[in-house]
Design a protein around this ligand. Structure first.
Ligand code: ADP
Ligand code: MG
Length: 315
């Protein structure tokens, strides 16, 4: 992603580099970090007229679903928007990245929510990262839920019922991101029934579009039978490596396929992004001045503005 860094270095060389410390890459990163963490100077992001519920789906594993869900959520939360992440993957990676200890035996999780044994109030936990960022964690119990759900009444509507408008309004959530497991089973169907929008992260790698056709067919099926409002609203290109021709070819192909739905911001491949969850953090908190953090902040801004343009929301 272009940043203002090249300008800084050009000025430095033009005046012989006498500006000293203020123009160093570290100082520039620190300045960007403080701008990102206290976005007072930037224009506020639009607050949606009603809660936007977004399913982050792609049945391929490792394409950046979880990373995208938690980092977009964190980027919106630092702008003061109230955001909930529903962790629908038994691995619980989204819960971990949001600093929630999902291995504690006494917590209510998305499993209890789906089975009707807990309400949103009981299962949602505030992330230590930010006061307006919340998470319904996943525990390993969820691995069995796919089978347990089969025999339940309204098995495809369990999550939708738990995330009812009244419960969401009580918390004042502006955004709900549902982080899906890498499959198209009953958990993902629950997510697609509960949401209006699907966000598809696509990795700029070989076989990027593999399986996307099947995902789109499933979305059409859910739309036809269970949730007429469901649509793909956003595609985000992730793990872009500018050194490879392949990444550009993939990006071009995805743009040909999805057109305007593809965010202009592309998330670069960056070691920092992959390190952050190991510290129970999003990249926004782990290294706010990094390219990875900036790309998610930019993507969140584009995503919020594009959504406001389509639902007429205003702040
Ligand atoms: P998914 O949820 O689709 O399985 P993840 O978000 O867990 O994918 O990402 C898969 C792996 O790639 C994780 O280890 C994650 O930390 C790493 N990763 C995600 N995005 C990036 C990125 N932009 N740069 C480097 N590593 C990334
Ligand atoms: Mg994941």
């Amino acid at each position: 992603m272009p940043s203002n860094q090249p300008n800084v270095s050009r000025e430095t060389s033009a005046n012989g580099g006498t500006d000293g410390f203020a123009d160093t890459p570290i100082a520039a990163a620190a300045a960007r970090a403080s701008e990102i963490l206290t976005p007072g100077g930037t224009p506020p992001l639009p607050r949606p007229a009603s809660t936007r519920i977004i399913t982050v789906a792609n049945q391929k594993g490792g394409v950046g679903k979880t990373t995208t869900a938690v980092n977009l959520a964190a980027a919106l939360a630092i702008h003061g928007l109230r955001v909930l992440v529903v962790d629908l993957d038994p691995q619980g990676n989204a819960s971990t990245a949001l600093g929630i200890d999902h291995r504690r035996p006494d917590i209510s999780s998305v499993y209890e929510l789906l089975l009707g044994e807990a309400t949103l109030d009981g299962a949602a936990q505030q992330s230590p990262a930010h006061e307006s960022l919340w998470c319904v964690p996943a525990t390993l119990d969820l691995a069995g839920a796919e089978i347990e759900l089969v025999s339940l009444v309204a098995r495809e509507n369990r999550l939708k019922n738990a995330l009812n408008a009244e419960a969401l309004a009580r918390h004042g959530f502006d955004y709900v991101f549902i982080d899906c497991p890498p499959s198209l089973g009953l958990l993902t169907v629950n997510a697609m029934v509960a949401a209006k929008e699907v966000l598809i992260p696509i990795q700029c790698e070989y076989y990027a579009l593999e399986g996307v056709g099947q995902l789109l067919r499933n979305i059409e099926l859910v739309q036809a039978h269970l949730n007429p409002d469901l649509h793909v609203s956003t595609v985000l290109l992730t793990m872009y490596d500018g050194r490879t021709k392949l990444a550009d070819q993939v990006a071009e192909e995805v743009r040909r396929h999805f057109g305007e739905k593809v965010l202009k911001t592309i998330v670069p491949r960056s070691v920092k992004v992959s390190e952050a969850p190991g510290f129970g953090m999003t990249i926004i908190d782990y290294d706010p001045g990094s390219r990875g953090a900036m790309s998610y902040v930019d993507a969140a801004r584009e995503f919020a503005i594009a959504g406001a343009a389509t639902d007429g929301a205003a702040r």
